[in-house]
Ligand binder design. Structure first.
Ligand SMILES: CSCCC(=O)C(=O)COP(=O)(O)O
Ligand SMILES: [Mg+2]
Length: 243
């Protein structure tokens, strides 16, 4: 990295960006579906579970909804891959159990881990911003095939602590939480153009990650830098570049 430039704050999305959507929908989603009812019935004292159950009842407008009705709502969102915050909160609780027990492992595209390590070693600070809850992120990055990647990261953001991913104020909230007044020092990598647009509106630099086979591949990332691999992203200058 050139001495003339301050390091970047690199913020990565997960699904479609660091990791294959297919892996998440085929391995993790069925696992959560299998465990919703048990976790709601047996871990109701866990603040995450209690908060998620209350949020589902509020979202469906049924203050007295029991487990069966809550699970029905969760499964409907899951079927549509709707990133409802209480769904993501409960999935985080359930996946944390699965990663802890060894039933689940995470997936990263082959270019991702070496590049994250290199960026960290070069002095850039790394963050995650995903619809996946912070507890899901900790479990995911904590259990890669190459061991825990958590020491690489300086913070984790989701739709609860930052807000929805398609609006600029969420990116401003992350910048405030990081304590960085210069928006141009943030580089956001995502597969979804709406998220990239929102980050750019907040003054961030953006890199669209288009990996063949991913659901948003055909939508493209018009107006943003574009790459099919983290290995092509050069952070050595004041602005990111794709080589
Ligand atoms: C292991 S994190 C869970 C991934 C997930 O459930 C999700 O919705 C990710 O969406 P993203 O915002 O990372 O595209
Ligand atoms: Mg994504």
């Amino acid at each position: 990295m050139s001495d003339r430039h301050l390091p970047h704050h690199v913020v990565v999305d997960i699904e479609g960006t660091t990791s294959a959507t297919g892996f998440i929908t085929e391995q993790l989603y069925p696992y959560s579906r299998k465990h919703f009812a048990r976790v709601l019935d047996t871990r109701g004292d866990d603040p995450d579970v209690a908060r998620a159950a209350a949020a589902v009842r509020e979202l469906i407008g049924e203050p007295d909804a029991g487990t069966e009705r809550i699970v029905e709502a969760l499964n409907t969102w899951l079927d549509r891959d709707e990133k409802a915050t209480p769904l993501k909160t409960l999935q985080g609780v359930i996946w944390a159990e699965g990663f802890e027990s060894g039933e689940l492992t995470s997936h990263f595209y082959p270019d991702v881990i070496p590049v994250l390590r290199a960026w960290h070693a070069a002095g850039h600070t790394l963050y995650v911003y995903s619809s996946g809850s912070v507890s899901a992120q900790l479990a995911w990055f904590g259990h890669s095939a190459e061991g825990s990647l958590l020491p690489l990261f300086s913070g984790h953001f989701d739709t609860e602590n930052a807000g929805p991913k398609k609006v600029a104020p969420s990116y401003q909230a992350i910048a405030a939480a990081v304590g960085e007044p210069e928006a141009g020092r943030f580089v956001f990598l995502s597969d979804l153009v709406d998220e990239l647009d929102a980050a750019r509106e907040a003054g961030w630099r953006t890199v669209g990650v288009r990996r063949p086979g991913e659901p948003y591949y055909d939508r493209g990332v018009d107006g943003h830098l574009e790459t099919d691999s983290f290995a092509r992203v050069d952070l050595s200058g004041e602005q990111p570049a794709v080589r």
